[in-house]
Design a binder for this molecule. Structure first.
Ligand SMILES: Cc1cc2nc3c(=O)[nH]c(=O)nc-3n(C[C@H](O)[C@H](O)[C@H](O)COP(=O)(O)OP(=O)(O)OC[C@H]3O[C@@H](n4cnc5c(N)ncnc54)[C@H](O)[C@@H]3O)c2cc1C
Length: 523
């Protein structure tokens, strides 16, 4: 970046989701008020987003305050109470009584319980095994490997549906790709407790970040009028150097700052929505690509009347299919919105990708086939269907992160490590609570505090490719060595070789893609 013009800010924050808002609030709390928030959409909240669905507010993104009732208080729980958010406690305990088999028969508890008991025992074993692997600094394994060590191989439709409800329903990816050491026992439930509260408030879950923003941004009644929040600004290019940052948006505006905090999702960081000059270093990009952005899709259906079971203990039910994860996990909204006649089914990962690529009519057809099996041929057609597309949405590129096998904590530290004046935040930078609203909240504070240390106290933590091989994985502390060797070759040279190899292939793929687009353009 060239010399900064006079109107530049100290910090530009990209993204106004929970982490971006908390980063800005933290800067403001520390007396740094010349910041600018650039948000691509027309609202605050990011992946905390609700919509009106046939007269009812449904959350397309985050829905639960997860982790309540434990030894520590979840900060999101405190905020939800402070703002008096309407919530309903989810009771997952009874799900073993609500399992329908492939033919649509409701299975008696005597048939399902032994299978749930085994899954429970296996999960306890996995928790203990993970603690032991961590304590002895042993190699990571997948959840599936752990299950096999226990002797559980879920292959029947019933066992696969139970397995799906224990793992995929929470982490949105299958156990076979998921890191045992970093995912179990789930720190959210260990720290904050096992209870989960389903937000069902007309104002939406995003009322929390919106209220937090009003703590430090000028507003009139409910409307934020502060010029430091700029909506509908899609960042497309970032130029950076020791002198500062230059940011271009898609409407051809340019903004300058001394530092920037990127709070965009990992899905966006993996994509090429934002380009960088110079390109981000190889070690940084590699970490983005190594980590997983999962997909979690809630498909809502509104019917003229209910034909599913309602009343205590019926909120959640499972459908078992030969194909793992095929419309497995269902929830009705009669507790939250009595008389709404709304039900939703959650799909994840490859099923989400498949469904995103077909029409809503096709999805409705598939869902109706399943529901007819369960509740009979005479059930009515839905009046409305809502199929979110998180994967295809270029501002998200998925739903939230999951920790795959093969990524160490040292790798993970690189995710949040700054690159020159560019700082990184978001749920994906929270090592304990990645994937959650509270993770985003805490990450926003932590990243901004690191930057405050740099701005106010000149304690800046910068990592360059030269520093990497000698980086202490636990502290991300950097030493001054520059001429060490890795297997006899200068490490700096290896990094440079990887960077130029990558830029060569990026140029090649860019020109190939350009040719493809031109060819496909209608004449
Ligand atoms: C379907 C779904 C269900 C979930 N369920 C739960 C749940 O029940 N409980 C829970 O705790 N968590 C849940 N989560 C996770 C939770 O929503 C996220 O962890 C959290 O909201 C992420 O906040 P963030 O600030 O890190 O990112 P985001 O909320 O994604 O904020 C990033 C912001 O950057 C903006 N942006 C992107 N690209 C650009 C660009 N180029 N220029 C400018 N701005 C840009 C985006 O519009 C967005 O507003 C769920 C998420 C999804 C998607």
């Amino acid at each position: 970046a060239r010399d900064l013009p006079k109107e530049s800010s100290t910090v530009i924050i990209i993204g106004a989701g929970m982490s971006g808002i908390m980063a800005a609030k933290t800067l403001s709390d520390h007396g740094i008020n010349d910041f600018l928030i650039l948000e691509a959409t027309d609202k605050i909240g990011g992946r905390m987003v609700s919509t009106d669905f046939s007269g009812y507010t449904v959350e397309i993104g985050a829905n639960w305050v997860e982790g309540v009732g434990g030894k520590h208080v979840n900060p999101i729980w405190e905020l939800a109470k402070r703002y008096n958010l309407r919530m309903s406690k989810s009771n997952f305990d009874n799900i073993s009584s609500n399992v329908y088999n492939e033919e649509g028969r409701l299975l008696p508890l005597s048939e399902t319980k032994p299978h749930f008991d085994i899954a429970d025992a296996c999960q306890s074993y996995l928790d203990v095994l993970s603690n032991s692997l961590n304590a002895h600094d042993e190699e990571d394994i997948s959840l599936t490997t752990g299950q096999r060590l226990f002797g559980l191989i879920p292959t029947s439709p019933l066992d696969m549906a139970i397995d799906y409800s224990y793992y995929d329903f929470e982490i949105a990816e299958p156990p076979r790709v998921t890191s045992l050491k970093n995912v179990l026992p789930n720190p959210t439930f260990v720290e904050y407790g096992d209870d989960e509260y389903f937000v069902c408030d007309k104002r939406g879950y995003s009322y929390i970040p919106k209220q937090l923003a009003k703590d430090f941004l000028k507003h009139e009644n409910e409307i934020i009028i502060d010029p430091r929040l700029q909506l509908q600004k899609v960042v497309r290019h970032i130029e950076y150097s020791a002198n500062g940052v230059r940011i271009e948006t898609e409407d051809n505006s340019t903004f300058y700052s001394k530092y920037a905090i990127l709070s965009v999702s990992l899905g966006v960081l993996k994509s090429r929505l934002i380009t960088y000059q110079p390109d981000l270093p190889y070690w940084k990009i590699k970490t983005f690509y190594q980590f997983d952005m999962s997909i979690y899709t809630k498909i809502f259906l509104k019917f003229p009347y209910t034909f599913w079971l309602t009343g205590p203990g019926t909120e959640f039910f499972l459908y078992t299919d030969d194909s793992r994860g095929y419309y497995t996990y269902w929830q009705h909204l009669e507790n939250e919105y009595p008389g709404s006649n709304i039900i939703f089914v959650t799909v994840t990962d490859d099923e989400s990708r498949r469904i995103e690529q077909q029409s809503d009519e096709e999805t409705k057809g598939e869902i109706m086939q399943v529901l007819r099996k369960l509740f009979g041929k005479d059930i009515p057609e839905p009046e409305n269907i809502l199929v979110p597309r998180w994967w295809k949405n270029r501002l998200h590129g998925g739903s939230y992160t999951n920790w795959p096998i093969g990524v160490s904590e040292a790798d993970f530290d690189r995710m949040k490590a700054p690159v020159g004046p560019l700082y990184f935040t978001g749920e994906h930078t929270s090592s304990n609570f990645n994937g959650y609203v509270h993770g985003a909240y805490l990450a926003g504070i932590a990243t901004a505090e690191t930057l405050v240390d740099c701005i106010k106290y000149k304690k800046c933590k910068e990592i360059t490719s030269n520093d990497l091989p000698w980086m202490n994985p636990n502290t991300t502390q950097v030493t001054n060595k520059t001429e060490q060797t890795c297997n006899g070759v200068c490490c700096k040279a290896i990094q440079q070789e990887r960077e130029s190899l990558r830029s060569f292939y990026i140029d090649t793929i860019d020109s190939l893609q350009h040719a493809l687009t031109n060819k496909c353009k209608p004449s």
